[in-house]
Design a protein around this ligand. Structure first.
Ligand code: CP
Length: 313
């Protein structure tokens, strides 16, 4: 039977997660920031527990911050990547997940190239399953990171508007952000070429926030309280799908960044294509860019998510 969004043993998506659940996760993550920073001794909240990281697609931020989150909660970790596992010999992802579970893990953190793999595994195992990014579907912990980073800047989510710019069609980050932000009352402007920003995205708002699609980045710059630039995901598109004038039309150059409101933070989930979707000087701007704040928040958010899921077992 499909796992309900409200089943706290798992975190598969932000779609369907009630406002109160999201705000509680942000509150717990905030309370864990010092422990997440590593400046104090690890907590013993998950002592004796084992977290299995099953990454069937490459990752730097998500994989290592889940490992650090587990360690800083006192848990042990088991790391497995697609290339260094029996998946390379043809074993199915489900058999791999069941095999790791049989060794006695309490949670599986799963990244996959295909949408729906974490949900499929959650139906088949007894342990907790956390989606660490599945194809073009969702990346719920990245969505929570983006929410926490904005909450630190804005304080509140209502009466705010954010632009999410670029490769929306291929972006699980954008989907999770849209569900989380609109659930909390933020309006979202999706901006990019019509090939990458289909108008159907206007239908996926959870409400009370609204989603609007646009194609003119220069027009919207002064209108938003934050901007999130997305990585162009060449690996999910056929050759030639990204137009040669992409940077000229949709890149966040220094000239464009100067037209944003003075306090509007600049987000990017990483990894960054410097000089394409965002210029290096903008990505590194110490006043405006919150890219490394997002990374730091990743450990606290993942500690909050692991604590929530494993509290149910
Ligand atoms: N933002 C993100 O998911 O980065 P990684 O692919 O490095 O995990």
């Amino acid at each position: 039977m499909p796992v309900a969004a409200t089943d706290r043993r798992h975190l598969l998506a932000l779609e369907g997660l009630p406002q109160g659940e999201i705000l509680t996760l942000l509150e717990v993550a905030t309370s864990l920031r010092e422990a997440a920073s590593g400046r104090i001794s690890p907590l013993d909240r998950l002592a004796g527990r084992v977290i299995g990281n099953l990454f069937f697609e490459d990752s730097t931020r998500t994989r290592h911050s889940f490992s650090l989150a587990a360690i800083r909660l006192g848990a042990d970790t088991l790391d497995l990547t697609g290339r260094a596992s029996s998946v390379s010999k043809g074993e199915t992802l489900l058999d791999t997940a069941r095999t790791i579970e049989a060794m006695g893990v309490d949670a599986l953190v799963i990244r996959s190239r295909e949408a729906g793999v974490p949900a499929m595994i959650a139906e088949a195992v007894e342990c907790s399953v956390i989606n660490a990014g599945d194809g073009r579907h969702e990346h719920p912990t990245q969505g929570l990171i983006d929410l926490l980073t904005l909450q630190q800047r804005w304080g509140d989510f209502t009466d705010h508007r954010i632009a999410i710019v670029g490769d929306i069609a291929a972006s699980r980050v954008a989907r999770s952000a849209i569900h989380g932000l609109t659930t909390l009352g933020t309006d979202v402007l999706l901006v990019g070429p019509s090939t990458l920003v289909p108008r159907t995205f206007e239908q996926i708002a959870a409400g009370p926030g609204r989603v609007t699609v646009g194609h003119d980045l220069d027009e919207i710059l002064p209108q938003v309280d934050a901007i999130m630039m997305l990585r162009v995901q060449f690996e999910r598109h056929s050759p030639g799908a990204i137009a040669d004038d992409y940077r000229a039309r949709y890149g966040l150059t220094q000239a464009r960044a100067s037209r944003l409101q003075p306090n509007a933070p600049i987000l990017h989930p990483g990894p960054v294509n410097r000089g394409l979707e965002i210029d290096a000087e903008v990505a590194d701007d110490p006043e405006r860019s919150v890219i490394l704040d997002q990374v730091a928040n990743g450990v606290a958010v993942r500690m909050a998510v692991l604590s929530r899921c494993l509290a149910q077992r």
